[in-house]
Design a binder for this molecule. Structure first.
Ligand code: ZN
Ligand code: FE
Length: 256
């Protein structure tokens, strides 16, 4: 199996997994990079997995379905171009011969889904859309901070070796924020330098792993004393009223 992030727009990745003959893609906001990859590798597109309804994740679906007859899976209760195999979470989708567990992870949007497969590849694979980013998490457009925190805890409980395939290249800016809120974390600086090198060579910083995110991602570490202290200092009232996670998410919104 080959796992590739196809760059799209300014900072999106359309993840493609293929076995040399058949492919699946996740969140094709644009059809062009997918068509190009299918043609250059001579692949048949079997399935399109959609995490949520935002245009940068769905804009290429109609064209791809028409050109490839791929099956489209996505959240049943979000506006995604039909026909759609609608999912709520809890189902299993079979694609590329792998069984993808569908996880309901609301917060960024209310129907947001993740897809997880634990066999058939070297490591388990997680497609998590705009919920978990490397060193960060998605903005709260539709859900509550509590929902997002629960969703992130669900993802953090997956095996440490799980490959985390996020939809955006936000790692460097997320790490700048992470170093601000947890300056004593020894892993952050070396990871930042590593990611800077990757970006300077035009390479993706992804996939990450769940084990790595547990060590660096402030949104998976909001119970750490250093992070709690920094967040309380940033906004004592918000911290007292809404708690650490919600205040940390708000701090990130305001961080430049
Ligand atoms: Zn989004
Ligand atoms: Fe997005």
């Amino acid at each position: 199996m080959t796992l590739i992030p196809l760059p799209a727009f300014a900072d999106n990745y359309i993840w493609m997994l293929h076995d040399g003959h058949t492919a699946l893609v996740v969140d094709p906001g644009d059809s062009a990079p997918v068509m190009q990859a299918l043609e250059s590798e001579n692949l048949r597109l079997e399935a399109i997995l959609v995490t949520h309804h935002h245009a940068d994740h769905t804009g290429g679906i109609a064209f791809l379905r028409e050109s490839t007859q791929a099956k489209v899976y996505g959240p049943a209760n979000e506006p995604i171009p039909a026909p759609l195999h609608g999912l709520m979470g809890g189902e299993t989708v079979t694609a590329l011969g792998l069984n993808w567990k569908v996880l309901w992870i609301p917060g960024h949007t209310l129907g947001h889904l993740a897809y997880y497969a634990d066999s058939g590849h070297d490591s388990p694979i997680l497609f998590c859309g705009d919920t978990l980013f490397s060193a960060g998490c998605g903005r709260l457009f539709e859900g509550t901070a509590e929902q997002m925190q629960t969703s992130l805890q669900t993802l953090a409980a997956l095996p440490a070796t799980t490959l985390v395939c996020c939809t955006h290249e936000y790692t460097l800016s997320n790490l700048r924020f992470a170093m601000q809120v947890e300056p004593g974390n020894p892993v952050l600086e070396s990871y930042f330098a590593h990611c800077q090198k990757l970006r300077a060579s035009g390479l993706a910083t992804l996939p990450s792993t769940i084990g790595h995110e547990r060590n660096i991602n402030p949104f998976l570490r909001s119970e750490q004393a250093d992070i709690a202290n920094a967040t309380r200092q940033y906004d004592p009232t918000g911290f007292a009223q809404a708690g650490c996670f919600a205040t940390l998410r708000q701090w990130k919104n305001e961080y430049r």
